[in-house]
Design a protein around this ligand. Sequence first.
Ligand code: ADP
Length: 494
Amino acid sequence: MRIVQISSEAVPFAKTGGLADVAGALSKALAEQGHEVTLILPLYSRFLAKNGFEIQPVGDGFEIPLGNHRVWIQLKRAQMPGSSVNVVFVDCPEFFDRGGLYQDPVTKADYADNAERFMTFCRAALEAVARLQLKPDVIHAHDWQTGLVMVLLEAQFRDWVPNLRRTAAIFTLHNMAFQGAYPAEMMPLTGLGWEYFTWTRMECWNRVNLLKTGIIFADQLSTVSPTYSREIQSPEFGHGLDGVLQDRSADLTGILNGIDPHEWSPTNDPHLPARYDFDSIGTGKATCKRTLQEQLNLPVRGEVPLLSMVSRMTWQKGFDLIGACAGRLLERDVQLVFLGNGQPEYEDLCRHLASAYPDKVRTIIGYDEALSHRIEAGSDMFLMPSKFEPCGLNQMYSMAYGTPPIVRATGGLADSVVSATQETLHAGTATGFVFHEHHPDRLWEQLDWALRLFADQLTWRGIQRAGMSRDWSWNRSAREYIALYEKALSRRAT
Ligand code: ADP
């Protein structure tokens, strides 16, 4: 198949979260399975310059309309490292040559012109498909930033570009909490008439809602885990779009993400002081733990359970539960490491714990890819008590690294972690610890249970090995996406 992926971020070019991992790794996995894949991204020139990628202009620059304005676009091209994926960048310095992807890195406020930025990106991406004659069987777009692609394809580009008439349109929802909803006055910027500003199309509470637009106009929809695909059809998780999703329920599939073994495998991870696998976990992981403790200036002790959390610090991730359990947890002989940044109150909570427990807690506020790998490898347990979690990648990384996660049963956490019970321990299938109700006591019960099991190293090794031996690769997910593409194509053909 000829497949075009359109995303606002992708590893290794630009990343703020899991979307980038998915867009990069899914593209590579599809290419490895023999498909012809083009990935279209905005050119965040400052990020790319820093990482030294070789990028070449393709064709002449051109203008596209944005309301009454015209925006200058130059397409550029690069090769995905270690893969046949063709990467096409939309270079538009006025919108993408900035210090952050969506937010000002200093004020942490969303850029005021995000609607203009990503509406421009969507139209330019479809222009790129047309100008480069990509003739895709499938256009697969991700999240609100690319929602407009779905309607522009349906309303304009299928008519303008004959070889897009039968192209299947797939839209993936990575997080319903971010919808790209803008004031009605923005509607003319889309290049579509007001007849599209209705409840059955792009409007939601008198705003242009780009996530809803993608949901309405795609041929097939997917989310990043089977549990999340059910959850988002309920008011608690649908963020106002649950009714729209119920209407499209027959076309909504949950596909659990994989992890990229080139980026996330303890056997070949260049960030680690020692590499290890299923057999060498004892010595390899001990070295990683010791080095992490040294680097963070924690007491170097092999036997103390080291718990960690690498995360955006937002209400989604369950920091309220961490705050409510921290006192009980830190009465025990444990170490706790936080890496992340985000909402000031959670950054403050983690900083406060570090200063209140100087020999037990370390907090690193910031984004540090290399350190996140070393933390995954050097910890004994990984905390992810999320309120909701569409898929979650960190719990899979941690299982692959022999670091059993403690998670709440939501979204992809429920689909990927097998909780340690007498039965699952006996069957050798337990890979972590799962609690259900969003309540500190439920988290504490699992923490307490995990600490008790940690003291029995033989049982613990069994949990580690069960997680490490599961197939977390993208091959399985990529095959499920291909089945979804085929379903959409067969519907288009009839
Ligand atoms: P989300 O997409 O909601 O942020 P995921 O678990 O799906 O959550 O993916 C988060 C990704 O971002 C993981 O690859 C994780 O390691 C990474 N990440 C999050 N915060 C940091 C940080 N402060 N430093 C390094 N990596 C981080």
